[in-house]
Design a protein around this ligand. Structure first.
Ligand code: KMH
Ligand code: ZN
Length: 272
């Protein structure tokens, strides 16, 4: 099997310091969390940025500041800004980080309920617009799919030429409004992928580590981080993103998967 690419989703847009003190808001806190994750074995940092008070933002300037500061501490890490941002942001707001010199970013592949009255909107035309901008800039998209219909949308858009092979997917499972994070959900999505695709799995909440283990065994890659799950085990808060990454590294070791460096991840994903 290929080496395992670990992505750390260190920040997100929804988790606050009321949930866990470890969630980073400021640039210094973001760098601290990125460094701990990188030193533990993460090849990719999935990046959201916040104002110092925790408000999510897609400001190009804030992303540029965070990326520069992370690169000083983790020079070779792959930084993957979010183009999902937070619920309610416009497409123009969300696309700002694609104007920077970046290797990768997310591309969200469908709309879903996001808890309570929230709807995370990604219409077909939004996805086409995002894909056009992302590919035009030579950026590798991570195709975020929250349920099977999103994979079907990617297949349709690939046929129409909006999405190119080789495709790299991320299944984000267990969102309140998306597909659940049971083993059979993961296996169904994995078996639905176009041939030759790579994939990573992000289990939200309690599904984070069971799905990480499943993906390690099935030849996929893994995303963990405080964006998705704040517990290191039932009822015990993780002290950092690094601690979550360390747990994946232990699982990988037990199952005989080696961990990919950022450069090895670039080769696996066809970046650069
Ligand atoms: N914060 C969610 C509404 C992404 O990063 O591309 C969207 C999200 C997806 O986190
Ligand atoms: Zn995200």
């Amino acid at each position: 099997m290929e080496k395992l690419i670990i992505t750390a989703a260190i920040c997100g847009a929804e988790v606050t310091k009321e949930h866990t003190e470890a969630i980073p808001y400021t640039i210094d806190e973001i760098v601290r969390e990125a460094k701990l994750a990188y030193e533990a074995g993460a090849a990719i940092i999935h990046l959201h940025v916040r104002e110092d008070d925790g408000t999510p933002t897609q400001s190009k300037e804030r992303f540029a500041q965070a990326i520069e500061a992370i690169k000083k501490e983790c020079p070779d890490v792959i930084i993957q800004p979010s183009t999902g941002g937070a619920v309610g942001m416009t497409a123009e707001e969300r696309l700002q980080p694609t104007e920077l010199d970046i290797e990768m970013c997310t591309l969200d592949c469908g709309t879903l309920n996001f808890g309570g009255d929230e709807i995370f909107v990604n219409t077909e035309n939004d996805i086409k617009l995002f894909a056009e901008k992302i590919y035009a800039r030579g950026i590798k998209p991570e195709l975020e799919c929250f349920e099977k219909g999103h994979i079907d949308m990617v297949k349709r858009l690939a046929k129409k030429g909006f999405i190119s092979e080789p495709m790299h997917f991320s299944f984000v499972l267990g969102v309140n409004g998306g597909q659940a994070g049971e083993l059979r959900d993961f296996l169904f999505l994995k078996d639905s992928l176009p041939a030759g695709s790579t994939f990573s799995v992000a289990g939200v909440g309690r599904s984070e580590f069971p799905l990480a283990a499943a993906s390690i065994l099935e030849g996929g890659h893994v995303r963990v981080g405080l964006e998705d799950n704040i517990y290191i085990r039932k009822g015990v808060l993780a002290t950092s993103n690094g601690q979550l990454v360390e747990k994946v590294v232990r699982l990988a070791f037990e199952f005989g998967r080696e961990i990919a460096t950022p450069d090895e991840a670039r080769k696996i994903l066809g970046i650069g």
